[in-house]
Design a binder for this molecule. Structure first.
Ligand SMILES: Nc1ncnc2c1ncn2[C@@H]1O[C@H](COP(=O)(O)OP(=O)(O)OP(=O)(O)O)[C@@H](O)[C@H]1O
Ligand SMILES: O=P(O)(O)O[C@H]1[C@H](OP(=O)(O)O)[C@@H](OP(=O)(O)O)[C@@H](O)[C@@H](O)[C@@H]1OP(=O)(O)O
Ligand SMILES: [Mg+2]
Ligand SMILES: [Mg+2]
Length: 321
């Protein structure tokens, strides 16, 4: 990411070190004390992908030390920590952390468990975007029309037609809990096949967007945007001649980068920076989160009509800017 303009004649490794090093102190609003202790509570997969030796080394040079939290011991007996960085699921962990926050208001918990829970539900995660109704001279940002189905799959076709949702429809598990299953989605082409879906679900209108999605990573005040391949457009003819439900395990994952692809310029053009800055600032405030990403698509055939389709807490590549 270009923070203050990049110096062009340095080698790639030096540039990458700078990027990682800046990520350690960017925009989270902390002063630069002599020593900063970050307690972390992450799954082993997340520890491996996030806490790479290089990041730890560069952080150490800046006086930032990462210390593993033992979830089986009282948090107050560990540390002391300046910051607690966490991504673990479960009620018990949330309770421990809430107790700790009450007893230690001086410690910055990234981020508060309640604020994270809000984006673990696909119904509540997009509410703030919908409420913002963001529209300025750089474009419009909304959310696709959606409907929540808690139970009874046989009621879905009627519910969809009553709500006036257009086909095709993307069905997503209502709760995001870190499991592979919570990332499995389905695309339904006809109304009757909707009864085959398995609630609890969020049903969302599929928005044609040229097969490319923008992932906007937000770390405090810093923003980084990447392009990923996404589901292709569905045209009217396909819709007429196809029926059924199609299942997809994981779309637009890190391996689906489209940053170096040869794309139609109208599809590839990134959303305007001022629009993203406004959206990120407003969402940071409303969600009360410092580490998250938003998935945005541009309605195909438009220049400035955007939809937020997903918000993820502390996602994969967040600190490898
Ligand atoms: N309303 C929509 N219109 C068009 N395509 C969509 C829509 N919703 C989702 N998609 C496609 O499905 C993919 C997965 O959807 P979504 O991002 O909501 O799921 P997720 O499992 O939470 O993803 P992530 O891995 O980012 O957490 C998107 O990357 C996009 O390609
Ligand atoms: O590991 P990956 O790179 O796939 O990161 C993914 C991350 O998994 P991790 O937190 O276990 O790393 C996911 O978290 P859960 O919802 O499953 O908790 C979610 O945030 C995805 O959006 C991330 O993908 P990205 O948006 O960055 O492509
Ligand atoms: Mg997504
Ligand atoms: Mg998601």
């Amino acid at each position: 990411m270009r923070f203050n303009g990049e110096i062009s004649n340095r080698n790639e490794e030096e540039k990458e070190n700078d990027r990682i090093s800046q990520s350690c102190s960017i925009g989270l609003g902390f002063p630069h004390p002599q020593k900063l202790v970050v307690g972390y509570a992450l799954t082993s997969k997340k520890t491996k992908s996030f806490l790479q030796p290089k990041l730890e080394g560069l952080a150490r040079n800046k006086g930032i030390f990462f210390v593993a939290i033992d979830q089986n011991r009282s948090l107050s007996d560990q540390g002391p920590f300046d910051i607690v960085l966490h991504k673990l699921s479960g009620k018990e962990w949330r309770r421990l952390l809430e107790d700790y926050r009450e007893k230690h208001p001086e410690v910055t918990v990234l981020d508060p468990p309640d604020a994270i829970q809000h984006v673990h539900n696909r119904q509540s995660m997009l509410k703030d975007v919908a409420d913002m109704n963001l529209s300025d001279c750089y474009g419009k940002v909304g959310v696709p029309r959606q409907l929540v189905i808690k139970k009874d799959p046989s009621s879905i076709p009627d519910a969809v037609s009553k709500a006036g949702l257009m086909l095709p429809i993307v069905a997503k598990p209502l709760v995001v809990d870190g499991s592979a299953k919570s990332h499995e989605l389905s695309l339904a082409y006809d109304q009757f096949s909707l009864a085959k879906l398995e609630p609890p679900l969020v049903l969302q209108e599929f928005v044609n967007h040229g097969g490319v999605l923008f992932k906007v990573y937000i770390v405090g005040e810093a923003i980084k945007v990447v392009r990923r391949f996404s589901l292709p457009d569905v045209n009217k003819c396909e819709l007429l001649h196809n029926a059924g439900v199609f299942h997809f395990p994981r779309v637009s994952c890190a391996a689906a980068s489209a940053d170096d692809a040869d794309l139609d310029p109208g599809v590839a053009e990134l959303p305007p920076r001022p629009l993203l800055e406004r959206l990120a600032r407003e969402l940071r405030r409303r969600l009360g989160l410092h580490l998250f990403n938003i998935d945005i698509i541009r309605e195909h055939g438009t220049r400035d009509c955007f939809y937020v389709i997903d918000i993820n807490y502390f996602p994969g590549v967040i600190l490898s800017f």
